[in-house]
Every structure is written in C-alpha cells, then in structure tokens.
Design a protein around this ligand. Sequence first.
Ligand code: COA
Length: 317
Amino acid sequence: MVGKICGTGSCVPEHILDNEALSGMVDTNDAWIRERTGVVRRHIIEKETTVSMAAEAGRRALEDGGVLPEEVDLLIVSTFTSEILLPCAACEVQKELGAVHAACFDLNAACTGFLFAYHTAQAYIAAGICKTVLLIGSESLSNMVNWQDRGTCILFGDGAGAAVLRAQPGTPQIAVMHSDGNAGDALTMYSRHRKDWVESEKDYIRMDGRAVFGFAVKKVPEVIREVLEKNKMTLEEIDYFILHQANRRIVESAARHLGIGIEKFPMNLQEYGNTSSASIPLLLDEWNRSGNVKPGQTILLAGFGAGLSWGAAVFTW
Ligand code: COA
C-alpha cells in the first residue's frame, strides 16, 4: 500500500512583521534582508499558538481531502516549538478536530520534520498499520528566537501546514533521510527545563549561519540526486521541486547546481520567512490551492535543518 496525498491545508497568524518594522527592533535593514535571504515579511503569532495553527491547518486539509476526522487513524505533528509538552501537540490537535480514532504523537526533526513525518506515515501505511494519516508541521519560531540577534531573528516566521494521506494499492517511492549529530552545534536551542538553568543565549535559537548555508547548498542537490537515483528517476521527470523555505539563495543555488530552471522551484519564503517544519506543507498547500499542481504531475520534496538533518521524497500528485 502507498499513502496518497488527497488534501492539504495551512494556517498562518494574522499579524505581519515586515522588514521595515523589524529594522526598528534590531540593527538591520530591508535591503540587506531581501538581498541575503529573500524574506520580505513574516507572520508572527499573537493570539494563535502552535496547537491552534496545527488544528486549523489539519481541519483545512481534511476538508480539502473530503476526509472525516473520525477516519484518521494516525496523526503526527512535526514541531519543536509547541507551548505544551504533555500531552503532545498531536493529542491536543486530536481533541480540537475530533479525530477520536487516531493514534497521536509529535516528531521533532527540526526543519526536516515534515519530511521525516511523511516517510513515517508511508512506512506505517506500507506495513498495513494505518490507512488514513494526518500530517502537520506547525511552528511558533517567534517564541524561540532572540529578537536582539540579527543573525537569526530576520529569518524565521510562524505558521502551519498539513497534508492528509490515504492508503491505496501501490508501492511507495524509496525514502531518503539523513542525520549528522556530529555537526549539530551549527544550529541549537537548549530547553529551559534543565537543572542548571540560568537564562542565557542557549535558551534561544543559536546558529552559525555560514556553516548552515554551506551545509544546505551542498546537501540539497546531493539528496535530490540521491532520491531520484534510488527510485530510478531523472531530474527531467520532476514537475516541481518543493524545497524547505529557508533562504532564496539556497533554493537558487540548488536549481543552478542541478541545471533546472528556477520556475520549477516554487517559493513563498518572501511572505513567511523560514517556518521550519511548516514550510514544505505550507508551500504545498499554496501550490495545490492555486491549481498549479495537476493530477499525474511528479513532485519532489527536499528539506534540511538542525540535527543536522536532511532528506527528500518524491511522489505523483
Ligand atoms: N542585517 C544587516 N547586516 C547583517 C545582518 C543583518 N540582519 N546579519 C549579519 N549582518 C552583517 C554581518 O555582521 C557581516 O558584516 P561584516 O561583513 O561587517 O562583518 C555581514 O553582514 C555578512 O554577514 P554574514 O553572516 O557573513 O552574512 P551571510 O551572507 O552569511 O548571511 C545568513 C547570513 C544568516 C542570512 C546566511 O548565512 C544564511 O542564510 N544561512 C543559512 C541559515 C539557515 O537557513 N538556517 C536555517 C536552516 S533550517
């Protein structure tokens, strides 16, 4: 059996923080942010939460797919920014949606989380454990960044995206997932719940921007080639490359390295910034709702992030 995406949804906070407004908070400017990242504005939670955005994105995905909440038998929320640790965010979303028959758990693989959740769902479906899976990536990064640190706060935003998968006869494409804990220091955030807690910069996202940039521009084309090779496919067979939305220059570099026109690499990071594990399903939902993806087209997803971690998936719409 293979899980086929039959519905997508997303939800972003109402409040918008553009580069101009951000320039009043930290020593930066619109021109620098646009040029170095491509980000123009980001949506920031006020009354919303990681769980409320996840639930809304999930509700919209179920509606889009014509799936009832009671039909969902597995609900995974990919997040590292939930305001509630116990129960997991997925159980809170279950409660909101009335997905009473779902087994629920959270998954944290940072910005690669949605991809890892997608592969997990495919494995459960292929093993015959589940038939209908709701996958959600939801993040409130604005709670995690140091708003005095211009090296990180300019990049991130809040939001959620979701996809619902239904089992159907077939074989899933081969998954590609990688992690390298030895390189993890490049992107970290410590929990405040530690014995020796004294507030410090460790409590916020800390990043060696150049190291992460170098990692991403190397690994993204590599993992795209790897997933295609494993599935005996070629670059030309892919209609759209939906990459994690971290930085326009990373997406452009991947397109250049692969020799593929940038028009095959949709982007929405200018509107939302980097929403971590929400970025891929958020873009997928926009691309779906705008009618850009047509049945029968082939989509490749690729993500990377803290861990360090990276991965890719390919499927037919
Ligand atoms: N506004 C204005 N100037 C800034 C700035 C900001 N927000 N941030 C850094 N600068 C300055 C630096 O101080 C430095 O000045 P100097 O040359 O006088 O020392 C200069 O700009 C260049 O800094 P640098 O850090 O080398 O910039 P960069 O080109 O590497 O861009 C990032 C920084 C963070 C945008 C880039 O490294 C990046 O996108 N990395 C990947 C991050 C990422 O995707 N993380 C998430 C992964 S899931």
